[in-house]
Design a protein around this ligand. Structure first.
Ligand SMILES: Nc1nc(=O)c2c([nH]1)NC[C@@H]1CN(c3ccc(C(=O)N[C@@H](CCC(=O)O)C(=O)O)cc3)C=[N+]21
Ligand SMILES: [Mg+2]
Length: 305
């Protein structure tokens, strides 16, 4: 293995430290405490884990955390009513509606009902349009975290070839916009892309965000490239034995085959401990940013795109 391991877990702790300092200053000089509301519909166990760790880290940074857990059968009208209440609550500076939502709810409608100024996920059409035209916006947390790690590792990204594998609204598309903003030459590849290995092989920067375990092998990576692995896939790990209930143990893997990619890449993010922790740190950062903007205060330095 030759690649530098980009330690997202440590970097995220640094970001959270900066967030905590800003929060303390806001309280001392303005008597303001940023607040983040997280809305979870249904009982998906993985989502519950993420929501819990978001809430815990929000509190640790000195902010207010408001968790709204609604049962899986909650009507769309009731969810929209809650969002309306949060939009009008001056104590709430950020609103996150955990995705995916149950099938009977129109996710686009729900996301677009969030006040864009409080849309700390950056998924509202206004924020998507602002990002696409290079205007100030709320930037989606996962791509923002990826950008922070890339800048930290590479410095300037100007003129580099970047390939984003995956075209989702939550990662692939906003990631491509951010890389374009850094003056990369950007390609968005996806399931219909012809000669995907050759396309990836051109890249100085590879961002893998497809949600398919270990689909990018080391043979696709240009020697020395920087690899950002956004995938968080839980796969069976029979080699680890079984749980008390007899089910097979599992482990987390990314969208890249770590061992073979790390043998070729210049740098790579691990899974776990890479993009995931940065996503939550950027959620906290966006909440502070939203709070500053809402109060007409200067934005926190080093926490925005
Ligand atoms: N509106 C919305 N915004 C989101 O940002 C959002 C969402 N919905 N729905 C679910 C996904 C998933 N997500 C993760 C964040 C952190 C880790 C994370 O910290 N993962 C750890 C490992 C955690 C573990 O052990 O399971 C790591 O990669 O090291 C994972 C997943 C945010 N999401
Ligand atoms: Mg993610």
């Amino acid at each position: 293995m030759s690649a530098t391991i980009i330690d997202g877990k440590a970097f995220a702790a640094t970001i959270r430290g900066k967030v905590g300092e800003h929060v303390a200053r806001l309280r001392e000089t303005h008597g303001i405490t940023p607040g983040l509301a997280v809305v979870l519909v249904g009982e998906d166990p993985a989502s519950q884990v993420y929501v819990r760790s978001k809430g815990k880290q929000t509190i640790e940074a000195g902010m207010n955390s408001y968790e709204h857990k609604l049962d899986a059968g909650t009507s769309q009208a009731d969810l929209l009513a809650l969002i309306d209440t949060l939009n009008n609550d001056a104590e709430v500076h950020g609103i996150l509606v955990q995705l995916p939502l149950p099938g009977h709810i129109d996710s686009d409608l729900v996301i677009n009902s969030i006040d864009p100024a409080k849309d700390v996920d950056g998924f509202h059409i206004s924020n998507v349009g602002l990002l696409g035209t290079g205007q100030k916006s709320m930037v989606p947390c996962t791509p923002l975290g990826c950008l922070m790690m890339l800048r930290d590792h590479l410095g300037s990204l100007s003129g580099l070839d970047a390939v984003v594998v995956g075209r989702s609204n939550i990662v692939g598309k906003p990631m491509a916009q951010l890389l374009l903003g850094e003056s990369c030459t950007v390609t968005i590849a996806h399931s219909r892309t012809r000669d995907l290995p050759d396309v990836v092989r051109r890249a100085d920067i590879v961002v893998a965000a497809v949600g398919r375990p270990e689909m990018v092998p080391g043979e696709w990576i240009k020697p020395g490239a920087t690899v950002i692995d956004v995938g968080i896939n839980r796969i069976d790990a029979p080699e680890r034995g079984t749980n008390e209930d007899g089910s097979v143990k599992t482990r987390l893997v990314g969208d890249c085959h770590f061992e073979s990619c790390a043998a070729v890449a210049g740098a790579i993010t691990p899974v776990p401990g890479g993009v995931g922790p940065m996503t939550i740190a950027c959620l906290l950062a966006n909440t502070v940013t939203a709070c500053c903007r809402a109060n007409g205060l200067p934005e926190p330095e080093g926490l925005t795109a």
